[in-house]
Ligand binder design. Sequence first.
Ligand code: UD1
Length: 346
Amino acid sequence: MSKKILVTGGLGFIGSHTVVELQNEGFEVVIVDNCSNSTEEVLDGIVAITGQSPYFERFDLRDKSKVQEFFAKYDDVGGVIHFAASKAVGESVENPLLYYENNLGVLVYILQELTKKGSASFIFSSSCTVYGQADRMPITEDAPVKPAESPYGNTKQVGEEIIKDVCKVNPQLSAIALRYFNPIGAHPSNEIGELPTGVPQNLVPFITQTGVGMREQLSVFGDDYPTADGTCIRDYIHVVDVAKAHVAALQRLVEGENKENFEVFNLGTGTGSSVLEVIQSFERVSGEKLNYRVAPRRAGDVIQAYADTRKANEVLGWEAKSTLDDAVRSAWNWEKKIRDYEKTSV
Ligand code: UD1
């Protein structure tokens, strides 16, 4: 198979870190991104780390004719890692059709092109949100998929179903869905990281923005959950570990080691951390006190979710290497850098 890989959303948070790891492993990368939630400057960071410039095409994948033109131009693309999607849970409740068009319409267009090829590999960004509140911890891949709490969550469930159905009748297509737990952090070079637009909805960017003085105070959403300290538990995983798992998954498909042509893996560390433990980690690595208060629960939050990582460890030969402190430290270093940059560029 050609080692030219399309990375949709390759300028985004997880996408950009994955492009770096792909280039480090000798893959040739073509990024497609519409920069709706990223900037072209991310390319500079990728080049600074790897010394290589990926191909870059800026367009919106919702334009089906552009998707077709892309695959005609890059007819030697042998695989796709598909990150491009909308990911704000609240926004998806307000605007479900945007989510269905962006996250499912685009998926269909790409699969239509891939199924025209003699063989192709496809990696899909799924989420632990498909498990809802799982009955047992840690969560294994065969835990039941629970009804989605939001259109966003539904796009991940339905996205997996679409790929599974398409793979069933297209044996030349091989796909892996990676169910992310909570990716955080930034590249250790400090050249790329997360760039949330507006008020961050996710915990770690909200903490680092509060630490740097951009936000007044973090609200801890609920301290009366049935957990040791009363706050919710998640499996926070360094984004570089997540990126490396994509390369391992792609290698598996490229080398034809997959047992079925649609497989699913959890991407987590296997360790759950409470919101208060993440705050303590931040205070430890930054030496700063975080201003926070306990607020009411957030609708839709599950009590706890952490991964059983054995399948990914054994089958992909991959494991998360970074600790929570490593990941939070990298997120903090990145936050300080981008705020300094903003100060000097105004
Ligand atoms: C959320 C989504 C998940 C999605 C992921 C993608 C929900 C219910 N889940 O994951 O489907 O795949 O984002 O980005 O929205 N917290 C606070 N204060 C804050 C922010 C968060 O206490 O200001 C707490 C939350 O209650 C939660 C934990 O921190 O317990 C992690 O929250 P977050 O980073 O938003 O991730 P998830 O909710 O796990």
